[in-house]
Write a new protein. Structure first.
Length: 190
């Protein structure tokens, strides 16, 4: 499962709710090197990420907030092998597309909220880089608009739904036959 959205859109909150509702959901902890949050990541070095990249072991790699992040095949396979449903947090459409080569039934969910909600949530959780989060919100909006025909299973406005409602909608989408929602992305992001 892919949860795509800007900072403050609820990726962590909804992942927590998914794992509360069903024990088979698990956050996929991306590899990370650099400053910032450490919770929810497997900390590594740039050298290890480079080595995995050379060996073809990465599905996706990106940089943001002066840090580098990577989704590795081996880590994702290990989580899937435990029988868990991996929940990947993404902030780039390219990443959501890149992981599709990994053989899973990918449910692709856009979590969205207005800029003022991202800013308020970022301040409320004590982020010290609110400006960078606001900048990332704009980048995510532009990314979505640049890829507005990208197929998504579900789009949710997290400022209009509770975490439980959002998680239940995602669970329903996971058990539904594979299809893409045709919601107008321009309408969603304003």
């Amino acid at each position: 499962m892919i949860l795509y959205g800007p900072p403050g859109s609820g990726k962590d909150t909804i992942t927590n709710e998914l794992t509360r509702l069903r024990a088979d959901f698990a956050l996929f902890e991306r590899l990370k090197t650099g400053p910032g949050r450490t919770t929810g990541y497997r900390l590594t070095t740039i050298g290890q990420i480079e080595e995995l990249a050379r060996a073809g072991g990465l599905l996706y790699r990106n940089a943001r907030y002066d840090a580098e992040y990577a989704i590795d095949r081996r880590g994702l396979a290990a989580l899937v092998d435990t029988g868990r449903v991996p929940v990947l947090h993404m902030g780039q459409v390219m990443g959501a597309s890149a992981v599709a080569v990994f053989p899973l039934h990918w449910v692709r969910v856009v979590l969205w909220c207005p800029l003022e909600v991202t800013e308020a949530r970022s301040i409320g959780r004590g982020d010290t880089d609110v400006y960078a989060r606001v900048k990332a919100w704009h980048e995510t909006r532009e990314d979505l608009l640049a890829h507005e025909t990208e197929p998504w299973t579900l789009t949710l406005r997290t400022d209009q739904m509770s975490p439980t409602e959002s998680a239940n909608a995602i669970i329903d989408a996971l058990s539904a036959p594979a299809s893409a929602e045709s919601r107008n992305i321009r309408e969603l992001v304003g």
